[in-house]
Design a protein around this ligand. Structure first.
Ligand code: ATP
Ligand code: MG
Length: 555
């Protein structure tokens, strides 16, 4: 089902109603990443949802970096996140926003809450605060600092801001209800002391607002109408609403929750992905095996395929795990329709055509794509010495083996039918060459003697081809649920997730290709140049995905 024909999801329905009933004149959404890692496939869902809703209903979507944890954040992540969103095909409205843009306002509002008698500086340390907090079955106890005077609180909060206290010495909390069944309403902390430089505000602050305090107010400042987040924030919603109701904010945003995207055979947590990078399990955040947007991009995925997959996965409040083969299907289908065809021999074996003149060369033509005339055609030099893949020749085959066998015929893709006569071996008994003959007049024709070949194999000319390296990827984890139930995902790494073949030979058309051009290497799969390692003088291709799903059979 394409985006235009599928039924509305529950958030789309709700927005449609809000617009029809005049609850809001137009919608404003936001995508609020924390710049503490690269975006992954789960974030793609939130991006497609938030930007997609704005597109669909003629509204706006902001990009806001939720940057309230300076120690874990970095400008590198800010830049990478912006690039990923653009590559996925979305544009944020106006300038990029940062929660840190609102630190002055948030600080003013904290003072406002103190003056209203709704916030206080608390000196309980972490362990004491935990004990006072109570549990799910027991009410908490009021902090002994809860009844400090407004003046005292104002003075202490100012001293916190001026850096007069050590980290952890005190915090600013809002006064709600220590007996609330919702733990988030038990006087949550809204400011902590953190003597850390911030990537946007430098050393201006040594107190930082909590996520819960900052997020909703950022929404209110930006006029966000529908603040859409994942289900784990459902319990925070009463607190979100408490802030909006108790502060003089310029608008009234509402929070709605949907279920996270979980995909099997992978992990989607920035912390876990960072560990894979830090421990060099992968070569970078954009390693082609990573479920990051930049990793999928380097691997050769298209933004269209990712968007299609996200759309098919749907938006709901039901927790579930999506099969990664659905994502693989989306990219395979896209590339089948759109990738130019080429031939590339991954493990070359020489074939000498004994009845083909040594000084002869023909230029054969092949279509760029079987059904896409707009992808033009390719020229394939053909001469006495060719290369085929090692696996496409056996001295004696069996019925199932439809490739080249001594005494049997095979068609060379886009070229002649040949018949093998002899295998030449080295001293160790390895086959190093096949001697064969062409069957005359068989380019585009059946043989005149009526003896048809059993199969078709790919090839390149032995003299005129392009040297390249090919990288075959497989899933990074062997376990369908690598981190379920607190399992150590590092223990289910697939040792065969990367195989490098260094002596591959591709057809000449590949020399003209650029980064992000994608090909079907006939009979091998879909490939694209690796943006990190490929150089014009030394091409490196990544396998995006095989021609068909072979994982189920292997597993
Ligand atoms: P992670 O657990 O990977 O660190 P996060 O939620 O902490 O993710 P944020 O940068 O806060 O990362 O996420 C930005 C937005 O993307 C949030 O609104 C968040 O709810 C959403 N998001 C994160 N992961 C997923 C997911 N798996 N599916 C859908 N939305 C997600
Ligand atoms: Mg988060």
């Amino acid at each position: 089902m394409t985006e235009t024909t599928r039924p509305l999801n529950f958030i789309e329905k709700l927005i449609k109603e809000d617009l029809e009933n005049g609850v809001v004149p137009s919608i404003q959404t936001r995508f609020p990443p924390e710049p503490n890692g690269y975006l992954h496939i789960g974030h793609a869902k939130s991006i497609c949802l938030n930007f997609g809703l704005a597109q669909k209903f003629g509204g706006q979507c902001n990009l806001r970096f939720d940057d309230t944890n300076p120690e874990k954040e970095d400008e590198e992540y800010v830049d990478a996140i912006k690039a990923d969103i653009k590559w996925l095909g979305f544009e944020w409205s106006g300038d990029v926003h940062f929660t840190s843009d609102y630190f002055d306002q948030l600080h003013q509002w904290a003072i406002y809450l103190i003056k209203e008698g709704k916030a206080y500086v608390c000196d309980l340390d972490r362990d004491q605060a935990r004990a006072y907090r109570g549990s799910l079955t027991e009410a908490g106890t009021n902090s002994p600092f809860r009844e400090r005077s407004v003046e005292e609180n104002l003075a202490l909060f100012e001293d916190m801001r001026l850096g007069k206290f050590e980290e952890g010495a005190c915090s600013l909390r809002v006064k709600i209800d220590m007996a609330s069944p919702n733990m988030h309403l038990r006087d949550p902390i809204i400011y902590r002391i953190k003597k850390a430089s911030h990537h946007q505000t430098g050393d201006k602050w040594c107190i930082y607002p909590s996520y819960d305090y900052a997020h909703g107010q950022g929404d209110a400042i930006e006029g966000v109408t529908h603040s859409i987040c994942t289900l784990e924030f459902e319990e925070h919603r009463p607190l979100y609403n408490w802030f909006v109701a108790n502060l003089p904010v310029p608008s009234t945003p509402h929070q709605y929750e949907f279920s996270r995207l979980n995909v099997n055979y992978t992990v989607t947590s920035k912390r876990k992905l960072k560990q894979l990078v830090d421990e060099k399990v992968v070569d970078a955040w954009n390693d082609p095996r990573m479920p990051t947007i930049s990793g999928m991009r380097r691997r050769g995925y298209t933004p269209e395929a990712i968007r299609e997959f996200i759309d098919k996965a749907g938006v709901s409040r039901n927790e579930g795990i999506v099969d990664v083969s659905m994502l693989e299907f989306a990219i395979r289908e896209d590339l089948n329709n759109n990738a130019a065809r080429a031939m590339c021999v991954l493990k070359p074996l020489k074939v000498t055509l004994t009845n083909y003149p040594e000084d002869k060369q023909e230029m054969l033509q092949a279509p760029g794509h079987p059904s896409r005339d707009d992808l033009g055609s390719r020229e394939l030099p053909f001469s006495r010495e060719l290369l085929i893949d090692e696996s496409d020749f056996q001295e004696t085959g069996n019925k199932k083996y439809k490739r080249l066998v001594i005494g049997k015929r095979v068609r060379l893709r886009n070229a002649y039918i040949i018949e093998a006569d002899e295998a030449v071996k080295d001293e160790a008994g390895n086959i190093i060459e096949v001697r064969a003959r062409i069957i005359e007049n068989t380019v585009g024709n059946d043989p005149e003697d009526g003896i048809k070949p059993k199969g078709v194999i790919h090839w390149v000319d032995a003299a005129e081809n392009v040297d390249c390296e090919v990288r075959l990827y497989d899933r990074l984890f062997n376990d369908p649920a690598p981190d379920a139930g607190g399992k150590d995902y590092m223990e289910s790494l697939n040792p065969n997730s990367l195989e490098i073949l260094s002596h591959c030979k591709g057809e000449l058309s590949l020399a003209q290709s650029g980064i992000e051009d994608r090909f079907q290497f006939e009979r091998e799969g879909y490939f694209t140049q690796d943006s990190r390692y490929s150089k014009p003088e030394a091409l490196v291709f990544n396998r995006v995905i095989g021609l068909r799903d072979t994982w189920e059979k292997q597993a």
